[in-house]
Design a binder for this molecule. Structure first.
Ligand code: PMV
Length: 322
């Protein structure tokens, strides 16, 4: 099958409030960030006397950003999970051609709390649906992406791929999007720093699940409290009250630390961001490393400098008034 090559680009995500608690049905607020993952979809050249090295049948995946090439039919030990996830995308859209050359280009660091695997899942199913001539239907796309996220993370809450597919600020609870039309009283200016890899969401979520099962009386109230913070954050957003939103982020970070999902490096960078003038700062995602986001407004330059002094890469991301 021949078709004109096309590119699907999707953003990453950051969690403003509520990670981990959202796995247990509590409320979370998540937003897209201005860093993207792109997949180029092109027909794979057919084998023949004059065929180049990329010719063949079935999907060939190239991801120079991850230093990886994957012949889907022959995954290596390192690419097995990725191969299963991509196979699940093809299984979800069986009408799409399989003779594809997929080139992945990602600005999202992997295992860093910025939704890299969810972005891959959404971009894959969106591109394959386009190839199959389907109209884009958000519910279909998110349920397909969920199946792929399960391969990466075991028991994902669904918040990551929901926010990435809809590309807007979402309130999420009980495994579902609760609100998309969230009024935001002000453009919010964030700086996001990447502290390093967090080493895998499934493991962090699994370790916390064990602690919660062992000491429910300690962990369940913390999770409920985090859910309540998300509700307060929603109200603060609507009022454009950046001071309250920042305070809520700080309290959320304290509770994430109490849950055992922060790290010395994250805490150091979070305290540095606050000292540089951030209104609030917290980790995003599974924690133990990964990304942190600081609400900065007019203090972006100072916070960027603080992260740079600590040797961390950081970028700006804003949340527009809707
Ligand atoms: O670190 P990430 O981008 O995989 O985000 C994980 C967010 C959690 O709440 C910890 C897990 C989930 O499934 O919502």
């Amino acid at each position: 099958m021949s078709f004109a090559p096309f590119t699907v680009a999707v953003p990453g995500k950051a969690i403003l409030c509520g990670e981990h608690a959202v796995v247990y049905g509590h409320a979370a607020l998540a937003m897209p960030v201005q860093r993207h993952l792109r997949i180029d979809f092109a027909p794979r050249p057919q084998s023949g006397p004059k065929a180049g090295p990329k010719a063949g049948k079935g999907p060939l995946i190239e991801a120079p950003c991850w230093d990886l090439q994957l012949e889907l039919a022959q995954p290596s030990a390192q690419t097995q999970v990725l191969a299963r996830a991509i196979e699940a995308a093809f299984a979800a859209v069986p009408a799409a051609s399989r003779d594809l050359l997929l080139t992945i280009d990602s600005e999202l660091p992997r295992s860093a709390g910025l939704g890299s695997s969810a972005a891959l899942a959404v971009a894959l199913v969106r591109g394959l649906a386009q190839l199959a001539g389907e109209a884009q239907v958000l519910e279909k796309e998110t349920s397909r992406a969920m199946e792929i996220e399960k391969i990466f993370h075991g028991k994902p809450s669904g918040v990551d791929h929901s926010v990435i597919a809809s590309e807007r600020l979402l309130a999420f609870a009980q495994g579902q999007v609760q609100e998309t039309q969230i009024p935001v009283g002000k453009t919010l200016e964030f700086v996001i720093a990447v502290i390093g890899s967090h080493g895998g969401t499934a493991q962090r979520v699994g370790n916390l699940a064990q602690r919660r099962e062992r000491w429910p009386q300690l962990y369940q109230p913390l999770m409920r409290q985090i859910g309540a913070l998300s509700d307060h954050a929603l109200a603060a957003l609507a009022q454009g009250d950046v001071h309250q939103l920042g305070a809520l982020m700080d309290v959320n970070q304290g509770l994430l630390n109490a849950l055992g999902v922060s790290s010395a490096e994250l805490e150091q960078a979070i305290f540095a961001a606050r000292a540089a003038g951030a209104y609030g700062a917290k980790l995003s995602g599974a924690g133990g490393g990964g990304a942190l986001l600081a609400l900065c407004q007019d203090k972006k330059t100072q916070v960027l400098r603080a992260f740079s002094d600590l040797g961390y890469q950081a970028f700006e991301s804003s949340l527009q008034v809707q």
